[in-house]
Ligand binder design. Structure first.
Ligand code: BEZ
Length: 305
């Protein structure tokens, strides 16, 4: 059995149709059908139910599919990591969620560039879940996100936990009601959450904070991203709960209030491929902790590597 067989099988299983699978693979349909037939002969099993339209996997086919997908992902990972190891020109591709731009990300990038001029850095904005996929496919080498996603091929380092704060339209009654607010104070308001998709996202951390305290906001307004949420807050559409670094984003139509509960935090998580022991990633991690110390910021204990 060859890798080609796995790729062809996965395409047919996902498209549930030989014509679409052949188009996806940029090959003609007859050789694709022959390859699937050959695969079934090699394995001595039936992978697809005969004459089903759309095509349906047999139980054996479903078992084979789940393992084939993992094997293909590992192959892509091996390819990208080997390319990286063998590269003379060094490069580091970073995926980040938008909200980290208001924290330490710009400083980290500037410092890394200044101290590591031989490494070409590139930045791409993407959600935490997109980062996991991009890491596995070798499109990025490091991700900075906020979701504690478990994946056996990804290593996660929780760098720090950022307090959540409330963004209110300027002049809102809660602005002067108390020095610090509780989530209970907010339940009569429209809660603007982001990002709307893909889930889970920071939006779910905010919703879980209410749910864990048996609280239910009066109305939920889901929006695409932080900047839009803040614009809507400024317009008086509701309030939003944002990571405290957003405070640095000064707007004269939005005011920020602290929350009383120290457990209301959103983590900043660095993700990388489990087997990637690149020097540049180590350098990036050391630089982040050095900056935290310089800026006297609280952070989580660094991992033993
Ligand atoms: C931070 O704000 O701590 C941070 C943001 C992005 C990447 C790493 C750290």
């Amino acid at each position: 059995m060859e890798l080609r067989h796995l790729r062809y099988f996965v395409a047919v299983a996902e498209e549930r149709n030989f014509t679409r699978a052949a188009q996806r693979l940029h090959i003609a349909q007859p050789p694709l059908s022959r390859q699937i037939q050959q695969l079934e002969e090699i394995l001595g099993v039936q992978l697809f139910e005969r004459d089903s339209r759309p095509l349906k996997l047999t139980d054996t086919g479903r078992f084979f599919y789940s393992h084939a997908v993992q094997l293909l992902a590992q192959t892509a990972e091996l390819e990208s990591m080997t390319k990286r190891v063998g590269k003379i020109e060094r490069s580091l591709s970073i995926g980040f969620v938008g909200s980290t731009l208001y924290g330490m990300l710009p400083k980290i990038i500037r410092r890394f560039r200044a101290e590591n001029s031989a490494v070409e850095l590139s930045l791409q904005e993407m959600t935490t879940m997109e980062q996991i996929k991009a890491l596995k496919e070798g499109r990025i080498d490091v991700g900075f996100g906020r979701i504690r996603h478990e994946d056996p091929s990804i290593r996660r380092v929780v760098l720090r936990e950022e307090r959540m704060i409330v963004a209110l339209p300027i002049g809102h009654a809660l602005e002067s009601a108390k020095p610090v607010l509780s989530l209970h104070d907010l339940i009569g308001e429209t809660l603007i959450i982001f990002p709307k998709a893909p889930r889970p996202s920071y939006a779910d951390q905010v919703l879980a904070a209410f749910h864990d305290r048996s609280l239910k906001p009066h109305r939920i307004y889901e929006t695409r991203e932080l900047q839009i949420a803040l614009g809507l807050v400024a317009a008086g559409e509701g309030i939003s709960i944002v990571p405290s670094s957003v405070h640095g984003l000064k707007r004269d139509d939005v005011s920020y209030k602290e929350l009383d509960d120290p457990n209301l935090v959103s983590p900043i998580i660095m993700s990388m491929r489990m087997l990637d022991e690149s020097e540049d990633i180590r350098t990036m991690l050391d630089l982040i902790y050095a900056l935290y110390v310089e800026e006297r910021m609280a952070f989580m204990p660094p991992p033993e590597i």
